[in-house]
Write a protein that binds this ligand. Structure first.
Ligand code: MIC
Ligand code: SF4
Length: 640
């Protein structure tokens, strides 16, 4: 039997384990990527491993999230990251160079290679035929130290694209259509692999939009074949030498398939507060909008911004719209300045922001109270805009342009002639804000610069023989890491300071949580389905751990968050009988015996005289990690 593309790349990188669905495998990671909001922690962990230099083919550290320098904290972190990069052989992408995933796609991503990144949208590089997986910072630190990445051998969902996208419909509508069909949990356990005649007409940026936002389905990653279009894009970036053709065997068998006729797609939008709440834009027509934000790692490519520029050329955006543009990279800015399209965006009345995540992660630009924000981004979780009662919708650049012009939800197909953007044959590449690795001898003398906001890593103990404590909080389904550990301009600067950031755990859900957790000397979290969906931020595990959280008991987990819990020694447990979720309440007194973790665990709800069976899918290695107090201690023990 032939192999799918993902299976081929996994096989080439397989270090350990059997290629059987659900079995733990270990794969070698060729590249790593970090961003500043997760990177400081990842590098503190890498430093703690005591190596002299990264062991990968290339590791890149991006500064793109924590860009608002409202005091010393973010600037200190930037300096720390710069010195770490120089010291350990890492490529640094300085603040202003662009959004990690867009820049990685343009400058480093390579068909057939593997990439692990401390950001959940790392799969963007799947648009070029690279297996690229989002993970917690600690997993990335281990990969930088040369350790393989462990994951469950995934199922492959083959997504066959046929037909051709109509005018005013683009890559974003493909992934929104997939989210409409399978929602925010439907991709769990899968790699989404694209094939079929429809991909021929899709440019790399359109493909990367699809693989980027595939993350919102909960999948392990997404991948497109590498073909002539990939070559064109890489040639235009001056990287043609790294191109090779990559595709599935003709007789490859997928574990599941889905077909999408591109010709039948219409402009779509995800409604508040979930990327899976997708409807045709025509259903929303006429609704007044306050803000239109264009950018993010999903839709900030040359294609995306040019599409907007063509649509608004010679026109003014509506006076009630606050319109923002965040370009994905300096290369895109240079190219758009060259074509004059940058001027068209300025003239139309958009506010041009710097190249970075910006409003996507609530780094400024919060909408007005009760405002409606239309964004080309990938997430619209409640509160993520920075305004708790704002309503955020996710759309394509085409829809965003139509909304910006009319001030209300409107169908872009009514704008008239569509100017389909062709990829440039040669980009005006701008590498000025990279700092490339120093030779080993020079690197050894670089001094690491640490500001007062960078606090040492907390240390954790071995697993005790039993866990006792109260249920600290009970939450429902689809709790995101933005609920557990919110981001935004106020909280993000504390990413390198665990004691300080832990004061914000669950702050938008239950502001008393940190105080209660401390007072009760830790305890348990109870939750429903898909707990921890969304980002890769390990702070959503690390900060609860710091507050004494011992186990998280749920109906089901999202992949990255589950792995992060293990990394920090928190037991990820599920109800054997999902209806038992109903029986446990906040304040209940729990006990569990941990002397044998090889099978089910019995939970005593002491105050109700109730016994509940819990299960887990921990591998023997993960059990060992939890017993030793987390991956950092485990890895150190392994290395010695
Ligand atoms: C996000 O989009 O939520 C982030 C911010 O990029 C996160 C990483 C983080 O929290 O730093 C992600 O997607 O992993
Ligand atoms: Fe940045 Fe937003 Fe992309 Fe996360 S989703 S990496 S915050 S642009």
């Amino acid at each position: 039997m032939g192999l799918t593309l993902a299976q081929k790349i996994l096989r080439e990188h397989l270090v350990e384990g059997e290629e059987k669905i659900g079995e733990e495998i270990a794969i070698k990671m060729d590249h790593t990527l970090t961003q500043d909001a997760t990177g400081t922690m990842a590098y503190l962990q890498f430093e703690a491993m005591g190596l002299d230099r990264v062991q990968t083919e290339r590791s890149v550290s991006f500064i793109d999230h924590n860009m608002l320098q409202s005091d010393f904290k973010n600037a200190d972190d930037h300096r720390y990251l710069q010195s770490i990069a120089k010291r350990y052989g890492i490529t640094l992408s300085k603040a202003g160079n662009g959004i990690c995933h867009q820049v990685f796609l343009e400058r480093f991503s390579t068909p057939g290679k593997t990439l692990i990144g401390s950001d959940s949208h790392t799969p963007t590089a799947g648009g070029i035929g690279q297996i690229s997986i989002g993970a917690g910072g600690l997993d990335v630190a281990v990969a930088m130290a040369g350790g393989p990445f462990k994951l469950k051998y995934p199922k492959i969902m083959g997504i066959e694209l046929t037909g051709e996208l109509p005018d005013w419909v683009s890559g974003k509508d493909i992934i929104l259509e997939i989210l409409r069909r399978i929602d925010v949990k439907g991709g769990r356990g899968y790699i989404l692999e694209y094939f079929g005649p429809g991909i021929k007409k899709l440019s790399v940026p359109d493909r990367a939009t699809v693989t980027n936002m595939g993350t919102e389905t909960g999948c392990t990653t997404s991948i497109f074949p590498s073909d002539e279009n990939t070559k064109k894009f890489m040639d235009a970036m001056g990287r043609g030498a790294y191109w090779k053709e990559m595709k599935a065997d003709d007789d490859a068998e997928y574990d599941d398939t889905m077909e999408i006729d591109l010709s039948s797609l219409v402009p779509l939008a995800a409604k508040p507060h979930s990327p899976g709440a997708v409807v045709p834009v025509t259903e929303l027509e006429g609704m007044k909008v306050d803000q239109v934000s264009i950018g993010s790692c999903t839709n900030s490519s040359y294609r995306d911004l040019m599409t907007v520029a063509y649509a608004v050329k010679g026109k003014k955006i509506h006076e009630d719209i606050s319109g923002t543009i965040s370009p994905g990279s300096r290369t895109i800015i240079r190219e758009m300045v060259r074509t004059g399209a940058y001027g068209d965006l300025v003239e139309s009345g958009f506010r041009i922001l710097e190249s970075g995540c910006g409003p996507c992660i609530g780094m400024g630009l919060a909408p007005r109270s009760g405002g409606v924000s239309v964004r080309t981004f990938n997430r619209n979780f409640k509160g993520r805009t920075g305004t708790m009662d704002a309503e955020a919708y996710l759309v394509s650049p085409e829809v965003a342009a139509a909304v910006a012009l009319t001030g209300e939800f409107s169908d872009p197909r009514k704008l008239g002639k569509y100017h389909k953007v062709e990829e440039p044959t040669s980009y005006l590449v701008d590498d000025n804000l990279f700092i490339f690795p120093l030779p080993k001898e020079q690197a050894a003398n670089v001094e690491i610069v640490r500001g007062p906001n960078i606090k040492p890593l907390p240390e954790f103990n071995e697993l005790p023989a039993e866990h006792n404590g109260k249920v600290l909080i009970k939450v429902g389904d689809n709790i995101t890491t933005d609920h557990i550990m919110p981001a935004g301009a106020k909280i993000l600067p504390f990413r390198s300071n665990i004691p300080a950031i832990s004061e914000f755990v669950f702050s938008q859900v239950d502001p008393e949580f940190p105080a209660r957790a401390k007072e009760l000397d830790g305890g348990f979290i109870i939750a429903g389905e898909n707990y921890g969906q969304g980002s890769s931020r390990e702070h959503a595990a690390l900060a609860p751990k710091y507050l004494g959280v011992k186990a998280v008991i749920v109906r089901s987990f999202a992949r990255i968050h589950r792995a992060n819990l293990v990394n920090f020694g928190i037991l990820p447990l599920t109800f054997k009988d999902p209806s038992d979720y109903e029986k446990v309440e906040q304040g209940d007194q729990l006990h569990m015996d941990l002397s044998d973790l090889s099978g089910d665990i019995i939970l005593d709800v002491n105050n109700k005289d109730l016994k509940i069976t819990l299960e887990h899918d921990l591998s023997p290695r993960e059990i060992e990690i939890i017993k030793q107090g987390g991956t950092l201690i485990y890895t150190k023990n392994q290395l010695s």
